[in-house]
Ligand binder design. Structure first.
Ligand code: PTT
Ligand code: SF4
Length: 616
């Protein structure tokens, strides 16, 4: 087999056993890799209705047939599991050398179950799996863990680690690599913590083989050249995703004061130009020639440090909680990386606490932009102390525990906190959040830019069609290849490279039709997984699961050029129903029997029917 390795590594932490398991060719062709393979493995291996923090829940690391080859930005991988935050499918995408090393190890995925009786570090190499004691690492920050592992196992070992938040089962804990890359917003770090798994170190020894090596090399080097020749390249390497602060402010989508506004008075003190003035170096994921990891040096009255900044981090830990200027935001960003907490959810939960406090719904006083309090609460969340123990559960759970009107200010979809685009005047982006396969995240459809061009206030079928196309490309194709999507998004690399690269790598002819079919299959299986897991634990499933935060419908913007804007419920529901019909799902968002059968997912239909779900 070319392109793929044709097997995954199965590890059981409870009995310290591992084995290589063959992956049927049909599965690889039908799911490609990354997210596709992850959902297929989770569907097959996870017991129905499993507790996400129990030993039986699998943690899956998955690469794809383009990962690691010399072509633009191919150093990416997917970390997936049933989410302890949402109770549904969860994943994250991370740029790390671990992705390349997994390819060099000759596996397409790693599936980890069980719970080690004591803290453990897994060391995966071509000699097999070593279950090393992680006792000396337990309690360390992510960065210190990575530093020590490199000292112990060699500088060229690559690692995924968790920090204190993952150990304490904080529901918004992520997995960290490369001293500041993060993956798995819906609590993938807590899943690792629940297994007593402090870190995974990987070193491979071979190289993946392509079906048509010379064609892959030709296409790869041509694509690298196109990236560098793009007129957008120079500004991209200057500001990376940080340029979005200015764009979001101008378009009134910069999340501000817990998504109450789309503009922030102090935006100029947290924007890409301030970042440039503090920048000391830039980091890139493996095989990337358009680096965007902007590392800044910052000084505050009490701290001096270095942090890697991205738009999402700065918007959520800046404007959304009323914090400025950038040096303070950078420090909170670093704390999140050290503790292993997702910055987006952290900014969301802090903003939620601030709004609840302002409205008298929380007895603790938490003021907007109170830097000392923000630092202290971040620490408390990581260690589950005081108020932090409650906030560590995520906004949906906090809202339900506090009760009363708290739910009106909780900004999430399906339990995952919304990432950094306000949608009071963006129904298409709101639909993108609400139908994202992991809960409210922009990875599957950064629809906001298209929406600004298509018109902010219309609820059209054209928008829905464009959204489904975008989800299929970003969440279906890029998450399965697995490569970074930014060469396409940010410097306009021609999308047509990807089916050609995939065909050259695997020897299987992929066209746009087959790629969309794979994407549809992945979306319908992920959706079936959510429904299966909800019903199995007695939770209800309905179209309401695909509704965005109520605040965007009820509390209009009070500032900026779009003052007075809010979403229209009827218009939104019309779009949602159209979305279902394009996907072949019923009016509650459950895939129909014929959709599942057409996509080769009859086994999912059978399982859902066995659980008593009527499929139309
Ligand atoms: C991603 C989410 C994002 S999306 C950001 S910034 W972004 C936040 N980064 C965090 C961080 O940093 N530290 C931390 N403690 N928590 C963080 N949470 C947030 O996590 C990411 C880049 C970026 S930067 C983006 S958009 C693109 N995302 C891609 C994707 O999803 N798929 C893909 N095929 N290519 C992508 N390319 C870009 O990669 P999650 P990363 Mg991340 C410090 O993990 O869970 O998916 O959430 O992956 O390697 O850090 O690169 O403005
Ligand atoms: Fe990593 Fe940025 Fe390059 Fe993508 S563009 S591979 S996120 S450095």
């Amino acid at each position: 087999m070319k392109g793929w390795s044709g097997r995954y590594l199965h590890i059981d932490l409870s009995n310290k056993k591992f084995q290589y398991v063959e992956l049927p060719t049909e599965v690889l062709h039908n799911f490609i890799g990354g997210r596709g393979l992850a959902i297929k493995l989770l569907w097959d291996l996870n017991p129905v209705g499993v507790d996400p923090l129990s030993p039986e829940n699998y943690l899956v690391l998955a690469v794809g047939p383009l990962t690691g080859f010399p072509l633009p930005s191919s150093g990416k991988m997917v970390v997936a599991s049933k989410s302890p935050l949402t109770g549904g499918y969860g994943d994250g995408n991370i740029g790390t050398r671990v992705a390349v090393e997994l390819r060099n190890l000759g596996v397409d995925a790693v599936a980890i179950k069980g719970r080690s009786p004591e803290p453990t570090v897994l060391y995966l190499s071509c000699e097999g799996v070593e279950f090393r004691s992680g006792r000396d690492y337990w309690g360390l920050t992510t960065l210190e863990t990575e530093r020590r592992l490199k000292k112990e196992l060699g500088e060229n070992v690559s690692t995924l680690t968790i920090g204190p938040a993952g150990e304490k089962l904080v529901k918004i804990a992520t997995v960290i690599s490369e001293f500041g890359r993060s993956a798995g917003r819906p609590g993938m770090g807590a899943v690792m913590g629940s297994k007593n798994l402090k870190a995974i170190a990987v070193r491979g020894c071979s190289r993946p083989e392509a079906a048509d090596r010379s064609e892959l090399a030709r296409l790869g080097s041509e694509a690298y050249r196109k990236v560098k020749e793009s007129p957008l390249y120079e500004f991209w390497v200057r500001q990376g995703t940080m340029a979005t602060i200015e764009w979001s402010q101008k378009n009134s989508v910069l999340p501000t004061y817990n998504f109450s506004e789309g503009v922030f008075d102090y935006w100029e003190s947290i924007d890409g130009y301030v970042m440039e003035s503090m920048k000391t170096r830039v980091k890139a994921c493996p095989n990337c020639n358009m680096p965007c990891g902007n590392v800044v040096k910052y000084v505050t009255s009490t701290e001096l440090g270095e942090a890697e900044l991205d738009y999402e981090n700065v918007a959520m830990l800046g404007s959304n909680i009323g914090l400025a200027p950038l040096n303070k935001v950078a420090h909170i960003n670093l704390l999140a990386d050290l503790y292993g907490i997702d910055t987006i959810s952290l900014g969301n939960i802090l903003g939620f606490a601030m709004e609840l406090s302002e409205k008298g719904l929380l007895k603790d006083r938490v003021e907007w932009g109170d830097y000392s309090k923000i630092k202290e609460l971040t620490r408390q969340i990581a260690y589950r102390e005081g108020l932090g123990d409650l906030l560590a559960e995520g906004v949906a759970e906090v809202a339900s525990r506090i009760g009363g009107d708290a739910w009106k200010y909780a900004i999430h979809a399906k339990g995952l906190e919304v990432s950094a685009y306000d949608c009071h005047a963006a129904p298409g982006m709101a639909l993108a959040y609400a139908t994202s396969p992991i809960g409210a995240h922009h990875k599957d459809a950064w629809f906001i830019a298209a929406e600004v061009k298509m018109g902010r206030f219309n609820y059209t079928i054209e928008k829905v069609e464009r959204l489904v196309w975008m989800q299929n490309i970003r969440g279906g194709m890029f998450e399965s290849l697995v490569t970074c999507r930014l060469p396409w998004v940010e410097v306009s690399l021609d999308l047509d490279y990807y089916p050609k690269l995939l065909t050259a790598a695997t020897g299987v002819t992929y066209t746009w039709d087959t790629i969309h079919e794979v994407a549809n299959r992945i979306y319908s299986l992920v959706r079936s997984f959510w429904v299966r897991e909800y019903i199995a634990v007695g939770r209800k499933w309905s179209y309401e699961m695909d509704m965005p935060p109520v605040k965007w419908f009820t509390q209009p913007l009070t500032k900026g050029p779009l003052k007075g804007s809010k979403l229209d419920t009827e218009g939104y529901i019309k779009m949602l129903k159209h979305y279902y019909s394009i996907r072949g799902w019923d009016e509650n968002g459950v895939p129909t029997k014929s959709t599942l059968e057409k996509l080769g997912l009859s086994y999912a239909a059978l399982k859902l029917e066995k659980l008593g779900i009527h499929l139309s």
